[in-house]
Write a protein that binds this ligand. Structure first.
Ligand SMILES: Cc1cc2nc3c(=O)[nH]c(=O)nc-3n(C[C@H](O)[C@H](O)[C@H](O)COP(=O)(O)OP(=O)(O)OC[C@H]3O[C@@H](n4cnc5c(N)ncnc54)[C@H](O)[C@@H]3O)c2cc1C
Length: 297
């Protein structure tokens, strides 16, 4: 069967795009492999009407609402290939299924690469967190660590100081701050530890101690791990352009560098939150529909 749009990735951005396109009477297939980036975190915050819900509950409600539109279809699977034909795109899954559509939308998110620190991955999303707007309120005023160094580490520590003044900055190697930055950190009472991090001791993902030479008692640890695109198909198969920071490059209308291929959500932007993913999905759905109208009218 041929669709108007195949959406690859059925989490927040993809579900929102599916709803927008379903409400525009478009035949849509959403293919999702069921691994959103926030699946480890017990509660999702800072999205109006859903504050404090589990990530799964937010997505499940969204899916139920998107499923009400009869032209929106869902498939569980992983897209491993895509091709641009004369008039249609095709997308193939790891189960060998092949589908066709006029447009493709990638809402496949990003995958955080866990550093090789024992305990880190177990605590990720629970007490090792990346975003103060998502989890900072719950951890405010508590003994807090930050992994960071150089300009980015300095800015990160400055931001987190809004939520806690009991801060230790772990550079995990020799500090590379400028003299002025080091003075500012000191003046703001931020302790500096350069010794490499050996491990995080935790109970069920909740940090007890961070070991870096000495033992540090922490409730929260902020870190922005490196990431990769969750799905390599746009870059490696369709040859969509990627930004220097590793995001799929799109224009103001969510169009990638390959005509007919769109992208939205975390895979295109560092503005990482459920609300921005939803916003991005709405835009992408509307822009795709507008292009389909233009082509038919
Ligand atoms: C630990 C953690 C906690 C967070 N907490 C919060 C919070 O409290 N509040 C908040 O607002 N934001 C939070 N965020 C950010 C938020 O989760 C993301 O911004 C949001 O999930 C992005 O939505 P998305 O749809 O773009 O991508 P994702 O939610 O990551 O979903 C991508 C989807 O695409 C699928 N996919 C990938 N590749 C393929 C493929 N080849 N074929 C088929 N499907 C594929 C995946 O399985 C997944 O279902 C958190 C993030 C993390 C990592």
């Amino acid at each position: 069967m041929s669709y108007d749009v195949i959406i690859i990735g059925g989490s927040y951005a993809g579900l929102q795009a599916a709803m927008t396109l379903g409400r525009a009477l478009r035949n849509v297939l959403v293919i999702d492999s069921g691994k959103p980036c926030n699946r480890n975190t017990p509660y999702s915050h800072n999205f109006l009407t859903q504050d404090g819900e589990t990530p799964h509950a937010v997505a499940a409600k969204a899916r139920t609402q998107a499923e009400r539109y009869p032209t929106v279809n869902f498939l569980t699977g992983k897209v491993v290939g895509a091709e641009k034909g004369e008039t249609l795109f095709s997308a193939s899954t790891d189960a060998g299924e092949l589908f066709e559509a006029k447009k493709l939308l990638f809402t496949t998110g990003i995958a955080d690469v866990m550093p090789a620190i024992p305990g880190f991955a177990h605590c990720w999303g629970i007490s090792v967190i990346h975003c103060p707007y998502c989890h900072g309120y719950e951890m405010h005023s508590k003994p807090t660590g930050i992994i960071g160094n150089g300009d980015a580490g300095f800015e990160y520590a400055k931001m987190i100081s809004n939520w806690s003044r009991d801060l230790t900055l772990f550079t995990n190697g020799a500090a590379t701050f400028t003299h002025i930055q080091a003075q500012k950190l000191l003046a703001n009472g931020i302790k500096l530890v350069e010794t490499g991090i050996e491990q995080i001791i935790h109970t069920n993902g909740y940090i007890e101690q961070l070991v870096a030479g000495d033992n540090y008692k922490l409730d929260a640890l902020y870190c922005r791990p490196v990431f990769k695109q969750h799905c390599s198909v746009p870059q490696t198969i369709l040859e969509c352009n990627i930004t220097d920071d590793g995001y799929i490059k799109v224009d103001d209308f969510n169009r990638t560098s390959v005509a007919g291929v769109y992208a939205a959500g975390d895979c295109i932007s560092p503005l990482r939150s459920v609300s921005t993913a939803v916003f991005s999905g709405t835009l992408a759905g509307s822009f795709i529909n507008r292009e389909l109208i233009d082509e038919d009218f």
